[in-house]
Design a binder for this molecule. Structure first.
Ligand code: GLC
Length: 743
């Protein structure tokens, strides 16, 4: 046989699709919608042309608690969703909330998103997205119901722990890598809750009144970044209303802004129970209805799927000619596009679950996100060699935090609690004692997942304090681990916090410990700011967040100096609740309507403009070393609207150990027609430095960084005039500034 033919044979076999390589997606005998070598839009049109009316409508609503129909006749698979933003929820039964009791669905709990935001490190967001995307892929999920990027408007919002803080620029920079990396696994990120879901009180019905400037400058940017820069394939509508329409079917947010202005080509998924009307769902931008008649958490009308608003009622409207086919086909195209990107994507990686890499990622992100708020006298890091007896006090040192909190609750293979982490780190060199200190509540289960912990206690609060104080008197150092927890009314979905102070009498315990032993460090496990009436009597405070499976190891890494803390606060800690804008102006939680009277003046924007000193400022975070930021300058004194201005600063590690500083750039508009905050975050860079090392950080300022949303012109505007670039280590720690003009 001609040897040339033999050489050609593999190619011929491949082209005719007969090759044994099993790659069927290029087989020309496949119908176009199955042929992945064809353009996506061509495949969508081909699939659409083959679908019946019933099949189209069936694709637009749930068939079970977390899945929606494909087209069995055409081999188009179902779509499977899973919570949540920091870990893959345990499998549930077909039409239940409770877990199904599988034995192979324990996951890695990554830190909650406030912790991720507190790293101020987009590389950590990428690592987070990659890792959680791999676990979703391994569990064969097509849509991850996260991340959440609702803005932190009040410290009382029960779900702030699931979000990325009070500043739209920080949240925007951190959400994009997360989305991109999740989606590299062939899993859609479903960014939530769009939009204005900033409280849990009356979450299903509260109508949010907010001016356009605050909407566009504060509450939308992170969603816009997730869609335009992250390329998010799905967005979840929020429960609440805006302009009187539920956000799951809202003309303004979904059709006008998300789909028309931002060019979103993905799927709008309702929150579970967020759909209320067929006509509105059809006409106001909803594409995929889930969880109708549930409370989003526990109750639900069983198996009502044919009655869903986008099920039979929609089909009947279509058949009566009361709903147009173009709108139907647009919805189906979007769901097919999501399907082809995920379930029907044969080039997806395989993912992984509970891998050493994921645990290492969880530990690294947690360690980078913890924020050293105060460290007078260098109480931290603790020198284990010089600490003969170490006392750990507080229920949060032993209480599991991965179970509870609502839909983001998880079933982990193991959660290293703070006490476990401390014992693992120094138990062989120190005598580690534990005192309960206070008792919270007996919540130990969520959706059938039990912590298995027995936190029962017979001693009175007074007895608990007395026992802790007695032990503190003879300890070389004391670590109090308290904060909030995931019980209803704390950091949890479906209810807001009742008060700003630490619950369960913790303030009394902290005061008593401070009186008994000056070498006291307070560790807060929480997702919200809290009041600290004892702050002047406590030398060291560390915000440890809800930091997942590796919480204890990450905390010990920081407490004993294996990791030098580099986190910065993603939201302000006001001294008292009324120093917070929403509470100062009285509109929280509102009634049937909540008015965001503070407008754009959220968080540090309020504190700066009203000169209200915070307890700890947005962007604040200390290190075990020290940094100098100097030589702040600009390459010019004026810039044009289409030009740029380079701001540089030198950051030096002036201490004796390696560490990282987050150099922050804020811009202030010195002469604006409309009211503006004193300054707004428009750049940041996390810089790792060895002792004595200096790096020059450079920021490129464009007119976008100078702009505000002019609600009279419905356009972003950069107004000519004087501006100031502030560079510092926190919003209240500016180390240099330079003035310039926009021509
Ligand atoms: C919940 C939450 C949402 C979650 C969904 C499914 O009520 O609001 O974040 O993804 O329902 O559990």
């Amino acid at each position: 046989m001609n040897t040339n033919f033999l050489k050609l044979l593999p190619t011929l076999l491949f082209l005719t699709g007969c090759a044994g390589n099993g790659d069927t997606t290029n087989d020309p005998n496949l119908p176009p919608y199955q042929n992945e070598s064809l353009p996506l839009e061509q495949r969508i049109e081909d699939a659409l042309s083959r679908m019946t009316l019933d099949e189209k409508v069936a694709m637009l609503h749930a068939q079970s608690k977390f899945s929606s129909a494909g087209v069995p006749r055409l081999g188009i698979p179902e779509l499977w969703c899973t919570d949540g933003p920091h870990g893959i929820r345990p499998e549930v039964l077909w039409d239940e909330w409770n877990q199904a009791g599988w034995t192979n669905d324990s996951c890695t709990a990554f830190p909650a998103l406030t912790c991720l935001a507190a790293t101020w490190n987009p590389e950590m967001a990428a690592l987070f997205g990659k890792s959680i995307g791999e676990e979703a892929r391994y569990r064969e999920k097509d849509v991850l119901l996260g991340p959440g990027v609702n803005i932190y408007r009040t410290p009382l919002n029960g779900r702030n722990f699931e979000y990325m803080g009070e500043d739209p620029y920080l949240a925007s920079r951190m959400v994009v890598p997360y989305v991109r990396q999740v989606q590299k696994n062939g899993v859609a990120a479903c960014v939530k809750h769009f939009a204005l879901n900033n409280q849990e009180t009356r979450r299903y019905s509260v109508n949010v009144e907010v001016d356009d400037r605050a909407l566009y400058e504060i509450y939308l940017p992170a969603f816009k970044a997730a869609v335009e820069q992250g390329g998010a394939w799905a967005v979840m509508g929020a429960y609440n209303k805006y302009k009187g329409q539920h956000c799951c079917h809202n003309q303004y947010l979904l059709n006008d802004i998300l789909k028309r202005d931002w060019g979103f080509d993905g799927v709008v998924i309702s929150d579970w129970g967020g759909t209320h009307d067929t006509k509105q769902a059809v006409e106001n931008g909803l594409d995929l209805e889930f969880g109708s008649w549930t409370d989003g958490l526990s109750q639900g009308v069983g198996n009502a799927y044919d009655n869903y608003y986008l099920a039979r009622p929609y089909l009947e409207r279509l058949k009566r000619g009361e709903a147009d086919r173009q709108t139907l086909d647009d919805k189906v195209r979007r769901v097919l596009r999501l399907n082809f990107r995920t379930a029907m994507n044969t080039h997806k990686p395989f993912g992984s679950m509970n891998s050493p890499e994921h645990l290492a990622a969880a530990r690294r992100i947690a360690g980078e996100g913890m924020v050293l708020l105060k460290n007078d006298g260098g109480v931290l890091p603790l020198d284990s060699a010089a600490t003969g007896r170490l006392l750990v006090v507080g229920e949060n040192a032993v209480r599991m935090m991965t179970v509870g909190g609502g839909s983001s609750s998880l079933k982990v293979r193991h959660e290293y609690t703070p006490l476990e982490g401390i014992l693992a780190a120094v138990g062989s060199t120190c005598e580690v004692l534990f005192e309960r200190g206070y008792v919270s509540d007996a919540t130990d289960t969520f959706d059938g997942v039990k912590t298995g912990q027995d936190l029962s206690e017979t001693r009175s609060a007074e007895r608990l304090i007395a026992d802790a104080v007695k032990a503190a008197r003879t300890a070389d150092a004391v670590i109090f681990v308290g904060g909030l927890n995931k019980s209803p009314g704390q950091d949890s979905e479906s209810a807001d916090r009742a008060s700003y102070g630490l619950p369960y009498g913790q303030d009394r315990v902290i005061e008593a410990l401070a009186a008994a032993n000056p070498r006291l460090a307070v560790v807060l496990v929480s997702g919200n700011a809290v009041a600290m009436p004892w702050i002047d009597r406590v030398p060291a405070v560390l915000e440890a967040w809800f930091s997942g499976s590796e919480a204890g190891h990450a905390l010990a890494d920081v407490l004993f100096g294996r990791v030098n803390p580099s986190g910065k606060l993603p939201f302000t800690f006001p001294v008292r609740l009324e120093d917070n804008a929403a509470h100062a102006l009285g509109e929280f939680p509102g009634g049937d309507t909540v008015r965001y009277n503070e407008g754009i003046f959220v968080g540090y924007r309020w504190h700066d403009t009203k000169a209200i000193r915070p307890l700890f400022a947005f962007g604040h975070g200390l290190s075990y070393t020290t940094f100098e930021i100097a030589n702040v300058k600009a390459d010019r004194t004026s810039m044009t609207a289409n030009g740029t201005l380079r701001v540089t600063a030198d950051v030096t590690n002036t201490g004796d150990r390696a560490g990282a500083e987050v150099v922050q750039l804020y811009i202030g508009d010195a002469e604006s027609t409309l009211p503006r905050p004193v300054k707004e975050l428009k750049g940041f860079e996390k810089v790792m430095l060895d002792p004595g090392q200096t790096r020059t950080v450079e920021f490129t300022v464009t007119s976008e960084a100078l702009s505000y949303y002019d609600d009279t012109r419905h356009a972003w505007t950069a107004e000519p005039g004087r501006f100031t670039a502030y560079v510092g280590a926190a919003s209240d720690d500016i180390r240099g500034q330079v003035d310039f003009t926009l021509e």
